[in-house]
Design a protein around this ligand. Structure first.
Ligand code: NAG
Ligand code: NAG
Ligand code: NAG
Ligand code: NAG
Ligand code: NAG
Ligand code: NAG
Ligand code: NAG
Length: 519
C-alpha cells in the first residue's frame, strides 16, 4: 500500500468518526441530545425541496486545499478554488431537468421533485463527503428525523472516475442508483463491483480503441503517455497499451502526474517530454491535475509537442484562453458527442455563477417527506430499460450500465478572437464494423505549431529501398537502423526487414544505386 492510499484511508476514517457521534437512543427521536448528530457540515451548492430528491455531485471547482489532517482536531470545512464553468453548466443542466420534470403534468404527477447538488472539488475524498451529505441532512441544525429518512431516489454523478468509485461504494449498501455523466473508466463495467452504476458516457474501452486508430492513421509510431494517478488514468493506459499491441505504434515513455499536484514531479515529467523524440503525447487526465500541469508547462518553453487529449480534458474550457494557443493549439482528441437540449441555453443565461457562491446555507428538508411508494432500488429496473433520443441518436444502457459509444473528434484551433475553439473534424462511431468507425476530415485539422502538415512522431525514419531495417537490441521495434542490402541482394520496398537475392541470372541494377543498393 503506498503512502498516499494509507493517508486517504486515515483521512476517510478520520472524517467518518469525526462526522458522527453514536446513537444513544431511538426511543425519543425529538430529543436532539440523544440522536445521531452531524459533527461536521458540508452544505450543498444548490437545493430545491421536493417529495423526492435527486442528488447531484459535480466538480464545481477543480482544485482543493488540503489541510493537515492528522485526526487530532475537527477537520475544517472543505476549501476549494478554481471555478469550473463546464461543471457548473452540467449542474445547471441537472437543475433544468429536475425543474422540467417537476413542472410536467405527465411526468411524476402529484409529486414534487427536488435536488441537492454538491461540489466535489474534483477530489475523491470530497466526493465521499458529498455522498455522505447527499444521504444525510444538510447541517448540524437539521431536524434530526430528516437525517434518518431520506427521500433520495438517485444520484447524478460524479464526473471524475476516481470520485465515482468512492461515491458508488457509499451508495451501494442503500441500493441507490447513480448515473454518471462523465466517468468513463472501463472499471465500471464490472457489475459485481459497481452494481448500481449507470452512465451516459461511453466506456473508455471505446475511447482507447479510437485513440489507437488515430495514432495508426497518422503514423504516430513513437508516442509518450502521461496519465493522472487514478483509476481513470490507470485503466485507460492499460486499455491503450492493449489496443496498440498489434500495431506498429510504440510507447516511448509512461509518466504519471501525482494526485496531489507536485510541481517538482511535474517538471521531471516535462524534462522527459523535452528530451524524447516522441512528439505526440497522449494524456489521460482529469482537469484537476491537468490545469496546474499545463500552467507549469507553459513556463518551460517546450515546443513541438502534439497533444492527444482524453475526453476528460479535450473540452475543458479552462484552457481556451489565447495565451494557451502556442502550447496547446492543434490538440486533438475524442469528445463526448454534443447533444442539443431545448431550452438549456436560455436557462443557462438566467443563471449567474456568482449565485453559487452565496447560496450554501439553504432550507433543510420539510419533514413531510414520505418513504412509501417508491424505493431507490426499484429505479434500477427502470433505468436498465430506459431509451431516449438525443440529437437523433438513441441513448440506452446495456446490462453493464454502459451507453452507446459515439465521439466527436475535436481539434483545438485559433478562433477569430484569438481564443482556442474546439472544432469538430470527424467522429468515431463504435456501432460501425471494425475499421469503419473512424471518419476524419483530415484537411480541416490544424496541428501543433499552427501547421497543416501532419507532424512526425517516429523513433527512426523509414528505411528506403536498397536498405533494410536492423532492430536495435533492447529497444522497441519502432527504433531501428537502416543498413544497406548486402552484395547481390536487393530491396525495392520502404521499411522492409529483409533484402532478397535476385533470381538466378539476374543482378542488382547498378545505375539506380541510390535506390537499389548493391552490386
Ligand atoms: C495536527 O494538525 C494541526 C493543524 O495543522 C496541528 O496544529 C497539530 O499540531 C497537528 N498535530 C500533530 C500531532 O501533528
Ligand atoms: C416543484 O414544483 C413545486 C410546485 O409546483 C414548486 O413549489 C417547487 O418550487 C418546484 N421545485 C423545483 C425544483 O422546480
Ligand atoms: C393525482 O391526483 C389527482 C387528484 O387528486 C387524482 O385524480 C389522480 O389519480 C392522481 N394521479 C396519480 C398518478 O396518482
Ligand atoms: C502513413 O504511412 C504510410 C506508409 O508509410 C503512407 O502511405 C501514408 O500516407 C502515411 N499517412 C500519413 C497521414 O502520413
Ligand atoms: C523561456 O524563453 C524565454 C525567452 O526566450 C526566456 O527568457 C526564459 O528564461 C525561458 N524559460 C525557460 C524555463 O527556459
Ligand atoms: C452574497 O452575500 C454577501 C454577504 O451576505 C452580500 O453582500 C452579497 O450581495 C451576496 N451576493 C449575491 C450575488 O447575492
Ligand atoms: C519489387 O520487386 C518485385 C520482384 O523482385 C516486383 O515483383 C515488384 O513489382 C517490385 N515492386 C516495386 C514497388 O517496384
Amino acid at each position: 500500500m503506498n503512502r498516499l492510499v494509507l493517508f486517504h484511508l486515515l483521512y476517510s476514517q478520520c472524517v467518518l468518526t469525526l462526522m458522527y457521534t453514536p446513537i444513544s437512543s431511538f426511543s425519543s427521536p425529538l430529543s436532539a441530545a440523544k440522536v445521531c448528530k452531524l459533527q461536521n457540515s458540508f452544505e450543498p451548492g444548490f437545493v430545491a425541496k421536493g417529495d423526492y430528491i435527486i442528488g447531484g455531485i459535480f466538480p464545481l471547482h477543480y482544485n482543493q486545499e488540503m489541510p493537515d489532517l492528522n485526526c487530532t482536531y475537527k477537520p475544517p470545512p472543505v476549501k476549494c478554488n478554481g471555478f469550473d464553468p463546464r461543471a457548473f453548466r452540467w449542474a445547471q443542466t441537472m437543475r433544468l431537468a429536475v425543474e422540467e420534470i417537476n413542472q410536467s403534468a405527465e411526468l411524476l404527477p402529484n409529486y414534487t421533485l427536488g435536488y441537492k447538488i454538491f461540489d466535489s472539488c474534483a477530489y475523491p475524498l470530497t466526493g465521499q463527503r458529498a455522498a455522505l451529505s447527499v444521504l444525510n441532512g444538510l447541517s448540524e441544525d437539521d431536524f434530526p428525523t430528516c437525517s434518518g429518512a431520506s427521500p433520495l431516489l438517485a444520484v447524478i454523478g460524479e464526473a471524475g472516475s476516481a470520485q465515482s468509485v468512492v461515491v458508488s461504494r457509499i451508495l451501494q449498501p442503500f441500493r441507490i442508483p447513480m448515473i454518471s455523466y462523465f466517468s468513463s473508466c472501463a472499471c465500471f463495467s464490472d457489475r459485481r463491483n459497481y452494481p448500481t452504476f449507470f452512465r451516459v458516457i461511453p466506456n473508455d474501452n471505446y475511447q482507447v480503441k479510437a485513440i489507437a486508430q488515430l495514432l495508426v492513421r497518422f503514423n504516430f509510431t513513437w508516442v509518450g503517455l502521461v496519465r493522472g494517478d487514478h483509476e481513470y488514468g490507470r485503466f485507460a493506459v492499460q486499455g491503450l497499451l492493449r489496443e496498440l499491441q498489434d500495431t506498429k505504434v510504440c510507447v516511448a515513455y509512461q509518466q504519471m502526474i501525482p494526485l496531489l499536484y507536485n510541481r517538482q514531479r511535474a517538471l521531471e515529467i516535462m524534462q522527459v517530454m523535452r528530451s524524447s523524440s516522441a512528439k505526440v503525447v497522449v494524456v489521460f487526465s482529469a482537469e484537476g491535475e491537468m490545469t496546474p500541469f499545463l500552467r507549469d508547462y507553459m513556463t518551460q518553453n517546450i515546443t513541438g509537442i502534439q497533444w492527444v487529449a482524453s475526453e476528460a480534458w479535450v473540452t475543458a474550457s479552462v484552457f481556451t484562453a489565447s495565451e494557451y494557443y502556442p502550447y496547446l493549439g492543434g490538440t486533438i482528441g475524442f469528445g463526448i458527442r454534443k447533444g442539443h437540449i431545448p431550452g438549456l441555453s436560455d436557462y443557462l443565461q438566467t443563471v449567474n455563477p456568482q449565485m453559487y457562491l452565496n447560496n450554501t446555507l439553504l432550507p433543510s428538508c420539510s419533514g413531510q417527506e414520505s418513504l412509501n411508494n417508491i424505493y431507490p432500488w426499484q429505479l434500477q429496473y427502470y433505468l436498465q430499460e430506459v431509451t431516449f433520443n438525443i440529437a437523433g441518436e438513441e441513448v440506452n444502457f446495456d446490462l453493464k450500465g454502459d451507453s452507446i459509444p459515439y465521439y466527436d473528434i475535436l481539434n483545438w484551433q485559433r478562433g477569430t478572437d484569438g481564443n482556442i475553439e474546439f472544432v469538430n473534424v470527424g467522429l468515431f462511431d463504435g456501432t460501425k464494423p471494425a475499421g469503419e468507425e473512424l471518419v476524419i476530415q483530415e484537411d480541416r485539422i490544424i496541428w501543433a505549431g499552427h501547421q497543416s502538415e501532419v507532424p512526425m512522431s517516429v523513433c527512426s525514419a523509414s528505411c528506403l529501398p536498397g536498405s533494410r531495417k536492423a532492430v536495435r537490441r533492447g529497444e522497441p521495434v519502432c527504433c531501428f537502423d537502416c543498413v544497406p542490402c548486402d552484395s547481390g541482394k536487393i530491396n525495392n520496398q520502404t521499411d522492409s526487414i529483409e533484402c532478397k537475392f535476385c533470381p538466378e541470372d539476374f543482378w542488382p541494377e547498378k545505375n539506380t544505386k541510390q535506390h537499389l543498393m548493391g552490386k
